[in-house]
Design a protein around this ligand. Structure first.
Ligand SMILES: [Zn+2]
Length: 307
């Protein structure tokens, strides 16, 4: 059953905000691996301990929780642009980051970049690009929703100023106005599929038709807001229906993300193809995902189905 089922990677999703039903639906739709970039949580944190616990969950509990549903969880570590504007706190977060970037499932520095394009955002963006160079990790860039075209160009200018190879940088939240420049300059161009708005699946199909599949990546960015954790498989299904070749779909919904973040040396296909069977009897620091249900045990992660 699994052999001819398509496999997907969602390389930008905030699963901390999602439920176990989402995890189960994602796995059933063929998502085998995800990358969760550190981001803001909807309201600003007031102390560095809140960042520390969040970062710890991205390399600990959330990674375990995903594994219990047959999904490999990776993450990107960084100080997001919004909270970079609280400089006293940002300083403390910068001291914390080196403790986390070397963890096993950290495949990038991110998501970093600009929100309002303030001086503080610029400062911490640059400092984190230097951190990425030091630890030799790819970079995931959040481009601003306001003044996007300028913010996207500027993000790439700054990466170049810091001598970072574009092949190590994924520029996210692209649209029709930004994609050409991003591709021309040699960066990866990621697209977040927002249901009902900005960048929907229909537009994504046309982008792949126009620009081809090279260095283009599809993700959901699903989080605590209106978003869809199945955006990647749904977009792939629409592409198939609308005549995009299979090998192009495979590149934009799986292989390109693997190639880009694989440059970290910490994410590879064998991680899920050769994974141990799911065992929901496992505990993480004494806790399980179960609430009295019978644990699912001994089946391959690819076989997860409802009761
Ligand atoms: Zn995000």
């Amino acid at each position: 059953m699994t052999e001819n089922k398509k496999r997907f990677i969602d390389p930008h999703i905030h699963v901390t905000s999602r439920t176990t039903d989402d995890y189960q639906a994602m796995r059933e739709a063929g998502i085998v691996a995800i990358i969760e970039p550190a981001f803001w949580l909807g309201q600003p944190r007031t102390q560095v301990g809140a960042f520390q616990d969040y970062f710890s969950s991205l390399v600990g509990w959330e990674r375990f929780r995903a594994s219990q549903f047959g999904i490999r969880h990776y993450c990107a570590m960084g100080l997001n642009s919004k909270e970079a504007n609280n400089e006293p706190l940002a300083e403390q977060v910068m001291e914390l980051l080196p403790l986390y970037v070397g963890k096993e499932n950290v495949v990038a520095i991110g998501e970093i970049g600009y929100d309002d394009q303030t001086a503080a955002e610029d400062k911490y963006f640059r400092l984190q690009l230097e951190l990425a160079k030091t630890v030799q990790l790819p970079v995931m860039i959040h481009t601003p929703h306001r003044d996007k075209k300028k913010g996207t160009s500027r993000s790439m200018d700054v990466c170049e100023e810091h001598g970072i190879d574009p092949s190590l940088v994924v520029i996210d939240h692209n649209n029709e106005e930004t994609v050409q420049e991003v591709l021309d300059r040699g960066f990866w161009a990621a697209f977040t599929i927002y249901p009902h708005t900005k960048m929907g699946s229909e537009r994504m199909v046309e982008i792949v038709r126009s620009y081809g599949p090279e260095r283009i990546i599809v993700d959901s960015s699903a989080d605590w807001g209106v978003s869809d954790p199945l955006s990647v498989p749904k977009t792939a299904a629409l592409m198939e229906k609308q005549g995009i070749p299979d090998d192009h779909i495979q590149l934009v919904t799986y292989q390109n993300a693997l190639t880009a973040y694989g440059q970290s040396g910490k994410i590879k296909e064998a991680d899920w193809l050769e994974a141990d069977p799911v065992d929901q009897r496992e505990l993480f620091e004494g806790n399980s995902v179960l609430r009295g249900q019978s644990p699912k045990v001994g089946y391959k992660s690819s076989d997860i189905v409802e009761n």
